[in-house]
Design a binder for this molecule. Structure first.
Ligand code: G3P
Length: 220
């Protein structure tokens, strides 16, 4: 997966459930092909198998386990087998302990999944960089799902990039929260982000294709 990357987290919105995820996958594939950029979707877990045969797909979460008696869990080995290229870990809406983040990053390395570890600020970004994930995605929790973009706090992105590169130069930084328009993406990339995590700006858009394409244009 090349950068910059657009990761569309479908969360568990009504618009994403069941077969609805397929529509997002088809648009992501179309945008990737048309503009030669990486567009990834992270659908609700039951749809991973379907979407991964259409477009680049990540899991929204994994649990820190290998196969065994773990009722209700989602395993790195399983999402890999179902075609995921990677997974989000420690999303603001699915926080886990530092120890479990460490285990999940190790499982990603073992099962050859791209790890995208979320951090709430630059301080946490630096701490989590010690685990050497592939990506750290910084998302101020208070801006998630709203209309104020993370780029209105440029220091969050700039300081996260610095904190991460000081500890783990190979780990790339993404950002997200409140991203809605091409200008937001352009600004984030200018500030050192290597891509975007977005949800509501695409999932709740009246015209999904238009919304996704606008963000992709910001990466070109
Ligand atoms: O994972 C991305 C997400 O938390 C950002 O959400 O709705 O602010 O784009 P949103």
């Amino acid at each position: 997966m090349k950068t910059p990357v657009l990761i569309v987290n479908l969360k568990q919105y009504d618009q994403s459930l069941g077969r609805n995820s397929i529509k997002f996958a088809e648009i992501a594939k179309k945008m990737s092909d048309k503009h030669n950029v990486s567009v990834v979707i992270a659908p609700p877990a039951p749809m991973i198998d379907d979407t991964s045969s259409i477009c680049l797909t990540m899991s929204q979460h994994i649990d820190p386990y290998e196969p065994g008696a773990h009722t209700g869990s989602l395993l790195a080995k399983h999402v890999k087998e179902l075609g995921c290229i990677g997974t989000i870990i420690n999303h603001s809406e699915k926080r886990i302990s530092y120890e479990n983040i460490e285990k999940c990053v190790e499982l990603c390395k073992k099962h050859r999944l791209i790890s995208v570890v979320c951090a709430k600020d630059n301080k946490e970004a630096g701490e989590l960089a010690a685990l050497k994930p592939d990506f750290i995605a910084v998302e101020p929790p208070e801006l998630i799902g709203g209309d104020i973009c993370v780029t209105t706090k440029p220091e969050v992105i700039v300081e996260s990039v610095k904190a991460v590169s000081d500890v783990s130069p190979q780990t790339k930084v993404l950002c997200g929260a409140g991203v809605k328009h091409r200008d937001d993406v352009e600004k984030a990339i200018e500030l050192g982000s290597q891509g975007i995590l977005v949800a509501s700006g695409v999932v709740k858009a009246d015209d999904i294709e238009n919304a996704m394409e606008d963000l992709v244009m910001g990466m070109l």
